[in-house]
Design a protein around this ligand. Structure first.
Ligand code: FE
Ligand code: ZN
Ligand code: FE
Length: 164
């Protein structure tokens, strides 16, 4: 697909997000298993359910726009997730690994926030308020997930520090 308009760029970025979200649904169950903190496990579990809803939203958006969300593979998310799983293998089980899981997960959330902020802006620019609203719902979920992780990290990082 040759991208020479904002409309095409918009669709390309939605497809990229669809791939990114699908990769995340495969990574999150592993993160649930790896987490020791009950709060962290719960946060990953609930974000997994949220992520499934976000995928549905992308399908709905692509229906509205008369396209399909399939067809792209997000190399950025692949890289972020592969670094996260590499780090998990290096870090010993326990509080320090929970801290590492939070670090990896916040990279994912920030990548998503950047991408959803951009496509939300494109939707507004292109006169698609219904689509912009759906993208804003996901953006807010990603932001809340990131904030939740920051709040859990306060306890986890303090406990990890005592492991010295
Ligand atoms: Fe997401
Ligand atoms: Zn990407
Ligand atoms: Fe997310």
């Amino acid at each position: 697909m040759s991208v020479d308009t904002i409309e095409k760029l918009f669709i390309a970025e939605l497809k990229d997000l669809y791939s990114a979200e699908n990769q995340i649904t495969k990574a999150l169950p592993k993160m649930v298993k790896a987490a020791m903190s009950a709060d962290l496990k719960k946060a990953f579990e609930s974000h997994l359910r949220e992520t499934e809803g976000q995928i549905e939203r992308l399908v709905e958006i692509c229906n509205i726009l008369g396209t399909t969300p399939k067809g792209k593979s997000c190399a950025g998310m692949k890289g972020v997730l592969s670094e996260g799983s590499e780090m998990l293998q290096e870090v010993e089980e326990g509080d320090v690994r929970d801290a590492a899981l939070i670090s990896a997960a916040q990279r994912v959330e920030h990548l998503e926030m950047a991408a959803y902020g951009t496509v939300r802006t494109y939707a507004q620019l292109l006169g698609q308020p219904q689509v912009a609203k759906l993208l804003d719902e996901t953006f807010e979920e990603e932001k809340a997930a990131d904030q939740k992780l920051t709040s859990i990290s306060q306890k986890v990082n303090a406990q990890a520090k005592q492991n010295a």
